[in-house]
Design a protein around this ligand. Structure first.
Ligand code: 5GP
Ligand code: MN
Length: 349
């Protein structure tokens, strides 16, 4: 029995038949792989590690396999050290995916988001279940639980566990993982967070014993010196194109090198310009190599950056938080950006 009574909508977010099918898949499977998108964030890692722990509590051989290594800042999350990243242990990662009878795909809607792991998961014979909150999934699976109206995959996973009567298998550690995902995908409950049900979930997680204040400190308010300096520097040289209501942040490869940048150091930077009332959207371009620029975008209100990332940078994401890539140098990426910019003025209200 679930310990707390919850509104009936808690039982109806996910189609009942989907929940039953997934439960059935789990019950008949033994080797279960969970995977999430490349450059995994708090939501991807939080939902994956929490589900892994629940499946282990159910007696399954569950493991999280990712395309690349989790960022240093999230290494403290329970279960993250057990993850098998393809970039670190290629043979084992492939062996686990190929040997699985069930694969959970969490927090992504397109196999391409698995990077070099995509062909391995795509070619595996296992049944596939997707649990995700990105718009318009283009992934094939036996069951797709896709709810873009839910602010994080972690919250959606909690609702799945609730509907499956599996909340009892959630330990304090995995509750902390779910909380981390909910917190990071809502900017510590500062956007996409006007849904009162979220706080019922938070209540349940706190009853499991999580220290939410400490999780905030560890995840949202802990930074390396390099990160603070590089984020400050990028904001110092930020350009604001007022007629387009956009802020542009850029970091070239020589600047990254000079600061001693490592992965994760620019986390959160792209959100900063939205603090300026005149700025509706914000773009951050990071020159990861002479031929590859990572693009991140954020926006306010109805202005959709996922459309721009999709149309111009081969990416996607959510209406207010999206990303993509540009094959070329930073200067070329900036030129491309300035060229497409006027096309989107009509969507500014
Ligand atoms: P971030 O800017 O934090 O890297 O990503 C913001 C959002 O956009 C996330 O939901 C992420 O999944 C999505 N996203 C980031 N980069 C890409 C990309 O290259 N392709 C797609 N399809 N989505 C991306
Ligand atoms: Mn997410």
């Amino acid at each position: 029995m679930n310990k707390f009574s919850r509104p009936s909508r808690f039982n109806t977010v996910i189609d009942h038949e989907c929940v039953e099918r997934v439960k059935q898949f789990v019950l008949v499977s033994q080797r279960i792989v969970i995977t999430c998108h490349v450059s995994p964030d708090g939501d991807a890692l939080g939902s994956s590690t929490a589900l892994c722990s629940v499946l282990r509590a159910l007696g399954k051989d569950a493991v999280v396999v990712t395309a690349d290594c989790p960022p240093k800042a999230l290494q403290f999350l329970p279960g993250v050290r057990d993850i098998v990243p393809l970039t670190r242990d290629e043979n084992r990662a492939i062996e686990l995916v190929e040997g699985a009878d069930l694969i959970f795909c969490l927090d992504f809607n397109d196999l391409n988001r698995l990077d070099r792991l995509a062909p391995v998961v795509g070619g595996a014979s296992a049944r596939r279940v997707v649990i995700d909150h990105h718009l318009s999934p283009v992934i094939e699976a036996d069951v797709i639980i896709s709810h873009p109206e839910v602010s994080s995959t972690s919250a959606l996973l909690y609702l799945f566990l609730w509907q499956a009567y599996w909340v009892k298998y959630l330990s304090r550690s995995s509750a902390a993982c779910i909380y981390t995902g909910m917190m990071t995908d809502t900017g510590n409950f500062s956007y996409n967070s006007n849904d009162s049900d979220l706080y019922l979930i938070v209540h349940d997680l706190m009853r499991k014993g999580i220290d939410k204040d400490n999780l905030y400190k560890l995840v949202m308010d802990t930074s390396s010196e390099t990160s603070l300096r590089i984020i400050g520097y990028a904001q110092y040289k930020m350009q604001i194109l007022r007629e387009h209501k956009v802020a542009l942040l850029t970091l070239g490869s020589s600047e990254l090198k000079e600061f001693g940048y490592s992965k994760g150091d620019t986390e959160g930077l792209v959100n900063r310009p939205l603090a300026i009332p005149e700025v509706t959207w914000s773009v951050f371009m990071r020159e990861d190599s002479p031929t590859l620029v990572k693009v991140s975008m954020r926006s306010k209100g109805d202005f959709s950056v996922s459309r721009i990332c999709e149309e111009c940078f081969g990416g996607g994401g959510h209406a207010n938080a999206a990303g993509g890539e540009f094959n070329g140098s930073l200067n070329e990426a900036i030129s491309r950006f300035l060229e497409i910019l006027p096309n989107y003025d009509k969507y500014l209200s």
